[in-house]
Write a protein that binds this ligand. Structure first.
Ligand SMILES: [Zn+2]
Ligand SMILES: [Zn+2]
Length: 458
């Protein structure tokens, strides 16, 4: 149950509804369902049934129907990765991303990543966007270019010094092409590595493989930039040792050369009043070796994984844009979207007919960015799908144990099922209870994670 301090702050309608839910006969079962969703704030409701039958005798072994569930529904997690939409599903997603990145750095025997990946050269690199015009810059002891000193949280930070000359169109077109720029970069990086190793591209494939896990982050000015773990493996991925020439220095040097090379660029043709543009990374490139344990100088595995997990759930919200698709520009008024984000969104609308295949208006809420927030090369580490499957399997096993179907061969059981979508969400009282469940679960997992970190001395 929720504590009395929370109850005291509730409006009478929510409080009344909460008491109704908590007092209803199906409450324990409801609570159990919501715990299984991790305290999802907007669960999917399903109605339906499943029958397990013995294939030979036709005997019904088990019959599950949502008719016996509270409200006649089964509730499942929405799975939204954005903290602004569903804090608990975002937390789950952040946890999965953390494990994914960490497994690729430190290894994970449950997921077939050997601990020897620690010996492979790997770095944490940040690729920024170029400038689209001067912005109110960082706060500090020096005054900003505009002549005033800005507080740490001043809303004008990251916004254009002169909105009449700022290249909003360029900014959203860059975001829109950032995924392609990354693609060009990784192609070039293989060439730079091969050149330094003194091998051909074809020979490189036979002795080494490039792996990476990356996450996109929006800078305050609304430009996307990438953080990536980049690693050199042996020819068959993390299980195989990299060749002896593969060092952190060689990798860092190759990354710098590839990022600066003219091949690492994307050209966007002129259209109507828009000039032709060629996009490249910004000049600020940060490449740092990743160390297993902290010695004060380099970045640790733990820090990298936490950093990436944090950005994986943030999307573009820190720029003040919407966290869902924009229907009409007038929606921006209703949601109080700040001027800088609004101009970027308006640029998407204006450019959409000029570059129809870029789908700029559809991605206007992402300020033109249409890539995945986190992505990785095939052999970097385990996939999010595998982690989700592991959780689903765990639940299936629990169900099976509860149904005593465990000792039967799977192919002797016939499963019939019929499911329908029946809506989503919570009543006001359910929302408060689900938030409490989410907080408790999060606290437990946080403690578990901290204990793990302490054990590893990281
Ligand atoms: Zn959710
Ligand atoms: Zn300023």
């Amino acid at each position: 149950m929720t504590d009395s301090a929370t109850l005291a702050g509730l409006d009478p309608i929510t409080l009344g509804d909460l008491l109704r839910v908590a007092g209803s006969p199906g409450f324990d079962r409801w609570q159990d369902q919501i715990k299984r969703t991790g305290g999802c704030s907007d669960p999917i409701h399903l109605t339906g049934w499943t029958i397990h039958k013995d294939k030979t005798t036709g005997e019904t072994l088990h019959h599950y129907t949502t008719a016996d569930e509270p409200g006649g529904r089964l509730r499942l997690a929405c799975g939204n990765r954005r903290a602004s939409r569903c804090p608990s599903c975002a937390w789950t997603y952040a946890g999965d991303t953390y494990h994914l990145i960490r497994a690729g750095l430190a290894g994970d025997d449950r997921r077939d990543i050997p601990a020897t990946v620690r010996d492979h050269p790997r770095v944490f690199a940040t690729f920024t966007a170029p400038s689209f015009g001067p912005v109110h810059n960082r706060p500090g002891t020096r005054p900003c270019r505009c002549g005033t000193r800005h507080a740490e949280d001043a809303p004008e930070l990251g916004t254009a010094l002169d909105p009449t000359t700022y290249d909003y169109a360029g900014a959203v077109l860059f975001n829109n092409h950032a995924g392609q720029l990354w693609q060009r970069f990784t192609n070039r990086l293989r060439r730079e590595i091969a050149a330094r190793a003194g091998v051909t591209q074809r020979e490189l494939k036979e002795c080494a493989r490039l792996s990476y896990g990356k996450v996109a982050e929006f800078q305050k000015r609304g430009a996307v930039h990438f953080h990536a773990v980049i690693r050199i493996d042996g020819p068959d991925g993390p299980d195989t040792p990299p060749p002896s020439w593969a060092t952190v220095d060689l990798l860092s040097d190759a990354i710098r050369a590839a990022a600066a090379h003219s091949y690492t660029s994307v050209s966007v043709p002129a259209a109507a009043d828009q000039p032709a543009r060629t996009f490249r990374w910004g000049t600020q490139l940060d490449v740092r070796p990743v160390k297993a344990f902290g010695d004060g100088s380099d970045i640790t595995e733990q820090a990298v994984a936490s950093y990436v997990a944090k950005y994986a759930t943030k999307a573009a919200e820190n720029t003040g844009t919407l966290d869902r698709r924009v229907g009409e520009l007038s929606e921006l008024d209703r949601h109080g979207v700040p001027d800088h984000a609004r101009r970027l969104i308006a640029a998407c609308k204006q450019l959409d007919p000029l570059y129809p295949d870029r789908r700029l208006w559809a991605w206007a809420h992402m300020l033109g960015f249409r890539g995945h927030f986190s992505s990785k090369s095939r052999r970097y580490s385990t996939t999010l799908g595998v982690l989700r499957q592991a959780r689903a399997d765990y639940r299936a096993t629990q169900e099976h144990a509860a149904l005593a179907l465990d000792d039967r061969e799977p192919d002797t059981v016939l499963v019939l099922a019929d499911w329908q979508y029946a809506g989503h969400g919570h009543t006001p009282g359910e929302s408060v209870l689900a938030a409490t469940i989410a907080r408790d679960l999060q606290l437990n997992r946080q403690i578990a994670r901290e204990e793990l970190a302490a054990l590893e001395g990281a």
